[in-house]
Design a protein around this ligand. Structure first.
Ligand code: UDP
Ligand code: MG
Length: 326
């Protein structure tokens, strides 16, 4: 018999990087939300909020530490240094996996509407293992972020990655989905791409996005570019294939050039040596590019996986579960 999924244990995972301005307000809103969900018995009393401090340099960890001491339902995890948004989310989810029925990940600035959580949970109760949050519009983003975002999703589709347009890292994952996710050992983490790849039953919930109320965006341009590059390289070897295609193209041009050169040689006034040099340039150029493409294909595949570096490491863990176990 199908187990009743209602009233499961929810762990809300919140990545925080230098969020001292936003965290107090956000934590209060999240705690209220969790209490409300518990009061309506939508989630169990063992539900928790996991703040993952992604190596912040400001007072973020002090705030989390205080929140932990004041609230039974707060858990704090801390990275020794900045490992990035994706790793922070993953760490929180992997930590939660042992205790929860499902997690919801949400940004610390609460730009994402927390009132969509009921809809996420309703989809989980109906049987979905993964519920994707998709933003209704991008109109709170500036022009640059909006266009670069749209362009990025277009490119990902072109590269053959199956990803929801305008999906965010606001998402529900069941313990089963987390189990599957834990099997993915890749270091270049792009969750929005990996999670659809799991392929479990899923649903989509649309939510509103608000402007950031406190603090600045923690996604610098370089962080955005890294995320985009991770997304592309971890899902596609098309860029390497393009080198190969360039090689084929150069070879074809080379053969065309041979005809042209032979013609010039016999009917034109060519400087001696010109023909042989030009032929070698095109033919060799093409051959070199093709070889590069083929080698790159192998190197590209192995490079990313072979390093097997740890993705994160907890410097501190504040959790009552831990005390209960030992
Ligand atoms: N974040 C993180 N590590 C980073 C950068 C950002 O954990 O290196 C967190 C940040 O604290 C926030 C979330 O990721 O909770 C989204 O960041 P932000 O709101 O700055 O991005 P934006 O909404 O501007 O895309
Ligand atoms: Mg934000």
């Amino acid at each position: 018999m199908e187990k009743d999924r209602r009233g499961g244990t929810l762990y809300i995972v919140v990545p925080c990087y230098n969020e001292e301005e936003a965290l107090e307000t956000s934590a209060k809103a999240l705690l209220d939300k969790l209490q409300g969900l518990q009061a309506q018995q939508i989630v169990s009393d063992r539900s928790r909020i996991v703040f993952v401090d992604d190596g912040s340099k400001d007072r973020t960890w002090d705030i989390i530490d205080r929140l932990y001491r004041e609230n039974e339902s707060v858990i704090g995890l801390r990275f020794a240094n900045n490992r990035g948004h994706q790793n922070a989310i993953l760490a929180g989810m992997m930590y939660a996996r042992a205790y929860c029925d499902f997690t919801i990940t949400i940004d610390a600035d609460l730009q994402q509407d927390i009132n969509a959580m009921e809809a996420f949970i309703a989809e989980y109760d109906k049987g979905s293992e993964i519920v994707y949050g998709v933003r209704r519009s991008r109109n709170t983003d500036g022009f640059f972020k909006r266009t670069s975002g749209t362009l990025f999703y277009k490119m990902m589709h072109f590269m053959g990655c199956n990803i929801y347009e305008n999906s965010a890292d606001y998402r529900l994952m069941s313990a089963k989905a987390l189990e599957a996710l834990s099997e993915y050992g890749e270091v270049n983490l792009f969750l929005r791409g990996i999670i659809p790849d799991i392929g479990l039953q899923s649903a989509v919930v649309y939510f509103d996005v608000f402007p950031r109320m406190q603090g600045q965006s923690k996604y610098s341009l370089s962080k955005m570019l890294t995320l985009a590059a991770d997304g592309i390289t971890s899902f596609s070897i098309k860029p390497i294939r393009m080198v190969f295609a360039m090689g084929v193209l150069a070879l074809l041009v080379g053969f065309g050039m041979i005809i042209h050169i032979v013609y010039e040689h016999y009917f034109g006034y060519t400087v001696s040596g010109w023909s042989s040099i030009l032929m070698s340039i095109w033919i060799l150029g093409g051959a070199v590019l093709i070889s590069l493409g083929i080698i790159g294909e192998y190197v590209g595949r192995s490079y990313m996986e072979i390093k097997r570096r740890p993705r994160y490491y907890f410097q501190d863990v504040l959790s009552r579960e831990k005390d209960a176990e030992s």
